[in-house]
Design a protein around this ligand. Structure first.
Ligand SMILES: [Zn+2]
Length: 122
């Protein structure tokens, strides 16, 4: 049976995930994969992840609310940001990374960033 490269990687990630869960330590998974642990913080949430050098490629992650799981840090970042923006009724301007309140009746691309005063849709 021929095993595809992606399937091999998926199996390796599942093994690394199990190692992290067993040892309650993401650095054990990083060691198994021969990579380093990185962390990012957004909207008050912290993600620890094994850095495979790819923003949108699956890796072993840890966050206090989800425990150990497999995702890409890019997808995690986007979903946390989307949830935060929906809950707080704010919009994030990618250029400066700051959040600005959404004002009722004004389209998002007409909103001016409250931090750097640039037009968000501009
Ligand atoms: Zn700004």
């Amino acid at each position: 049976m021929i095993v595809g490269k992606e399937q091999q990687m998926e199996t390796k990630l599942q093994t690394a995930l199990q190692i992290a869960k067993d040892q309650k330590d993401i650095s054990a998974a990083a060691e198994y994969l021969g990579q380093e642990v990185e962390n990012i913080t957004i909207c008050g949430k912290v993600l620890l992840y094994v850095n495979n050098g790819e923003t949108y490629e699956n890796t072993v992650c840890y966050s206090t609310d989800k425990d150990y799981f497999i995702d890409s840090w890019g997808d995690w970042h986007e979903s946390v940001e989307a949830q935060y923006c929906a809950a707080e009724n704010v919009i994030r301007y990618g250029f400066c990374g700051e959040f600005t309140d959404m004002t009722e009746g004004i389209r998002w691309n007409e909103i001016v960033c409250s931090h750097c005063n640039n037009l968000i849709g501009g």
